[in-house]
Design a protein around this ligand. Structure first.
Ligand SMILES: C[S@@+](CC[C@H](N)C(=O)[O-])C[C@H]1O[C@@H](n2cnc3c(N)ncnc32)[C@H](O)[C@@H]1O
Length: 208
């Protein structure tokens, strides 16, 4: 993907202003979000991102398609203070979000950061016939990761993904293994589906 000068300057400003801003720019973070952007269903307009963090994904989506209408949501006010400069933003835990406008796609790339009860409440609240796009990973070593999956199959089960139109995995390099002096590799999982639309979308799984 290509990014505008304005966006590059926004991102460098984030890195300068926020102590942990650089964490949003590890190669695996950027690659996984570019992978995501390319799998957004074509008939999508209104998008809600849950756990939007510093808004890098929202920024990328807007560059990809300026007609997307995006709402960023995160539980952390510090993140929302940043994203609200550029996108409509709401500070909330994902399970407490209230849908006030028709939404065609919900994105959750923080599935590994929430307990099952929070995830279930979030998933139950998604209006029927809304696309969902989920990401997670098999990095059990990161302290903030509390709900990982070992395999893509387990990921889909854990996250109640049904009516799937795309599911796949992407290998990425994690932190250096200091003990054994070698790189670590993990898998990121991604699934796109539609909530409670069994008749229309149950065919045609793509597992590339
Ligand atoms: C480390 S960041 C993002 C990691 C993720 N792999 C990604 O690239 O999107 C995790 C984000 O999830 C947010 N978060 C954690 N629990 C949440 C919840 N219950 N509702 C909404 N956001 C949450 C955090 O505030 C943080 O901004």
């Amino acid at each position: 993907m290509q990014y505008s000068t304005e966006l590059v300057l926004r991102w460098t400003s984030l890195i300068k202003q926020k102590e942990d801003g650089i964490d949003a720019f590890w190669p695996s973070q950027i690659h996984s979000k570019e992978w995501l952007v390319r799998h957004v269903p074509i008939d999508v307009e209104n998008i809600v991102i849950f756990g939007s963090w510093y808004g890098i994904l929202a920024d990328m989506l807007k560059e990809w398609n300026p007609f997307y209408k995006i709402i960023c949501t995160d539980i952390d006010q510090n993140c929302v203070d940043w994203t609200s400069q550029y996108h409509e933003s709401i500070c909330t835990s994902m399970d407490a979000y209230t849908y006030t406008i028709p939404t065609s796609l919900v994105i959750n790339t923080v599935t590994e950061h929430v307990v099952q009860e929070v995830y279930d409440e979030w998933f139950d609240n998604i209006p029927d016939k809304t696309y969902f796009l989920l990401q997670g990973n098999n990095d059990f070593n990161e302290k903030d990761h509390i709900r990982n999956a070992h395999t893509l199959e387990e990921f889909n089960k854990l996250n109640r993904a049904d009516n799937i139109s795309y599911t796949g995995e992407l290998e990425y390099e994690g932190p250096w293994n200091m003990k054994e002096n070698k790189p670590t590799y993990y898998k990121r999982f991604m699934t796109v589906g539609i909530k409670n639309d069994r008749e229309d979308k149950s065919q045609g799984h793509n597992t590339d």
